[in-house]
Each structure stands twice: as structure tokens, then as C-alpha cells.
Design a protein around this ligand. Sequence first.
Ligand code: HEC
Ligand code: HEC
Ligand code: HEC
Ligand code: HEC
Length: 296
Amino acid sequence: MRLMRFTGRTRWGAASAGLLAAFLLMLGGTASAGIADTKHNLGSGPGPAGRNQAGDTAEICVFCHTPHGGDTAAPVPLWNKRLGVAGAPAGGGTYITYDTLQTPSLDGTVAPVGSISMACLSCHDGTQAMDNVINAPGSGGVVADGGGADGRTWTWTGPTANAAGRLASGAALLGTDLSNDHPIGIQYCGGGLAGTGTTVSGTCADTDFVQPLTQVINGNQIFWVETGGTGKQRTDLPLYQRAAGGLGPLVECASCHDPHVSTGQAGPTGTGRTAGETFLRISNASSAVCTACHVK
Ligand code: HEC
Ligand code: HEC
Ligand code: HEC
Ligand code: HEC
């Protein structure tokens, strides 16, 4: 919106406005418009044309977060949606994981489908309605299971959501067979990593991987793969821990994806993102997402 203010006050033509936009992108993505401009805006308000939308609320965050009454069993901030239990899809069935392909090169241990990936799959596996929300907009409106597999029975329009509000077709419907998707719940670099303070102790069991960084924040040891800048940022690739005693740092959906970004967030070389990138934390130009982790 900063851009609109600038152009409104001056007599610059469209070409200058375009140059300014490019300049702001170079500065590191200050022109980013955020989640409202993405397919993760499921509300009835302004946003990209032709997206899946519920007619019942113009809110955006409510489809994933609530300020109060979030699911404390979910390892996701203030989560507002029913997740599957014990690694099973929320709406029933079972997941098939990547390791069932038995590729001989896979050397990391695979955990049951869980962690942050469960949050993504609570819509992307297609087993429950996207209007399953624990705390619906407005006063009251809390239902512990979010309405179950059929959610709140809101009214849906859009290309890939069916009338019941489930993802029912298209590339974003991953389904419950995850064996054709990049492994998730997978130990990073074949395991062997631990940490104390800011030091990664232990080495990658598999040296085909970039050594991650670590830091203690609020008493939690966190790991991430660095992509530039100082300290842990949204453009770094986070690795996730399970509850105490779990497998070391794991790759999950949100290691590669940030579900909020639209365009304009800087890539590792500061060249900016291009429109249409699929919620990736950094630009995947030259396959930079892949080579951030894989030494290839
Ligand atoms: C489609 C689901 C979805 C929607 C919609 C969504 N979020 Fe999130 N949000 C997530 C997930 C998943 C995470 C955890 C991501 C991670 O591990 O980095 C998260 C994390 C966060 C975090 C903490 C981590 C961070 O990146 O700062 C904040 C703050 C946040 N969301 C705010 C919001 C706000 C505000 C909105 C609405 C404008 C919103 N989110 C909409 C899924 C969503
Ligand atoms: C509240 C439901 C919901 C949740 C939770 C959710 N998504 Fe989505 N996501 C959608 C919908 C709807 C679309 C658009 C599908 C379409 O247009 O066919 C989408 C699209 C996407 C796309 C494709 C974007 C494009 O332009 O092609 C990616 C990537 C994605 N989501 C990743 C994630 C990840 C990763 C998470 C978890 C961190 C997540 N989503 C959580 C509903 C959700
Ligand atoms: C190791 C990195 C990585 C992980 C982990 C990962 N993704 Fe992706 N994902 C990508 C990349 C890269 C793309 C862009 C592919 C392209 O441009 O066609 C993508 C694309 C997508 C798309 C869009 C599909 C399309 O072709 O339009 C969806 C939806 C999606 N991811 C969801 C998820 C979900 C849900 C998870 C967890 C179950 C996940 N991703 C885990 C890297 C990853
Ligand atoms: C956040 C780190 C990370 C990113 C980013 C990442 N990967 Fe991976 N990838 C892994 C881990 C960890 C494994 C499991 C490898 C193992 O245990 O041997 C893996 C496994 C794989 C495998 C299967 C290997 C096997 O032995 O079966 C392929 C293929 C692969 N990745 C390709 C990609 C591609 C292509 C991209 C970019 C779109 C990508 N990866 C991005 C961490 C990552």
C-alpha cells in the first residue's frame, strides 16, 4: 500500500511506478502484499480472482488461526483447525509415506506424519472441509472438533473445492498417498545432529547435506538451514523437532513453504521472488530451494 501512496502524491506515469516497484523488490520485498493476495485467502473479501472462497466470512486468518481457544495439542501457533490423531488424516484413512518406495539412498529415519505437516494436510489431504474451524468468527462459536469432517457447512465457490468445502481436485490436492511427494517427517541429513547453545554438535551422518545452524530460543533448541541474512529469518528453512525424545531435526512442509507469502520476499541472492511462486520461503530460481539443503 506504500506504493499506492507514493504514486498518488506524484505525477509519475505507470512506467515510473513499475520502476519503483522493481526497486522496492530489490530492497528486499517491502512491496509484498501478503497472504490476502494468495490462494490462502479463503474468505469472501478482496483477493485473487477465481480462487476457492467461502461466502460466510471475509476473515483470512480464521481458516488457520484463532486469537483464543487454539488447539494446544497442535505444534502450530494458535491453531484453529482439527488435526488428525496419531498420524492419521483428520477425516479418516491412512497416509502412505515416501519411504514405502524403498529407495536405497534414503538414509534418514521417517517419523509418522505429524508436526506442522499435519496442519497443511488438514486441508491438502482432502479428507475434511476447509471450513473446519474450532473458533468461528464472532462472539462464542467455539466447537471443540471444528464441526468434524464436514466443518461448519459454509458455502463454497472456486475451481478445486467441492460444495462441501473440501479440496477435491487439482495439483494442490495431495491426497493421503504421500509417496509421490518430497519426503516429510524425514530426519535431516540422515540424522546424527544434536545441539547445545549455538553449536551443532554431531555431524551429518550423510555429508550430501548442508550443515544446519542452531540456537536456543525460549529454552527450545531450534535448527534451520541458512539461506542468508543474520540470525533465523522467515527466508531460512526451518527444521522441526517432535516432542522430547523424538528424532532429531526433521524436514516438514513448512521447511520449504511459508503459507503466508505472496510475492516480493527476497530470495537468497536478493533478486526477489517472482509472481506465482508457490508459497516458497525463497525463490526457487536455479533450484535454490533444493540446493539450500542438498549438496548437488
Ligand atoms: C492456510 C493456513 C494459514 C493462514 C490462512 C494463516 N496462517 Fe499463519 N501460520 C500457518 C502455519 C502452518 C504456521 C506455522 C508456520 C511455521 O512453522 O513457520 C503459521 C504461523 C504463523 C505465525 C508465526 C510464525 C511466523 O511466520 O511469523 C504468525 C505470527 C502467523 N502465522 C500469523 C498469521 C496471520 C496474522 C494470518 C492472517 C493474516 C495468518 N497467519 C494466516 C498457517 C496459516
Ligand atoms: C485452510 C486450508 C489450507 C491449509 C491449512 C493450507 N492450505 Fe495450502 N492451499 C489451500 C487452498 C484452498 C489452496 C488453493 C488450491 C487451488 O487453487 O487449487 C492452497 C494452495 C497451496 C499451494 C499452491 C499455491 C499455488 O499457487 O499453486 C501451496 C504450495 C500450499 N497451498 C501449501 C501449503 C502448506 C505448505 C501448508 C501448511 C504450512 C498449507 N498449504 C496449508 C488451503 C490450505
Ligand atoms: C523439500 C521442499 C518441499 C517440501 C518438504 C514440501 N514442498 Fe510443496 N513444493 C515444493 C516446491 C519447490 C514446489 C514448487 C513446485 C513447482 O514449481 O512446480 C512445491 C509445490 C507445492 C504445491 C503446488 C503443487 C503444484 O504443482 O501446483 C503444493 C500444494 C505443495 N507444494 C504443498 C506441500 C505440502 C502440503 C507439503 C507437506 C506435505 C509440502 N508441499 C512439502 C517444495 C516442498
Ligand atoms: C529443508 C531441506 C531440504 C530441501 C529444501 C530439499 N530437500 Fe530433498 N530431501 C531432504 C532430506 C532430509 C531428504 C531425505 C534424504 C535421506 O534421508 O537420504 C530428502 C530427500 C530427497 C529425495 C529422495 C532421496 C532418496 O534417497 O529417495 C529427492 C529426490 C530430493 N530430496 C529432491 C529434492 C528436490 C528436487 C528439492 C527441491 C525442490 C529438495 N529435495 C529440497 C531435504 C531437503
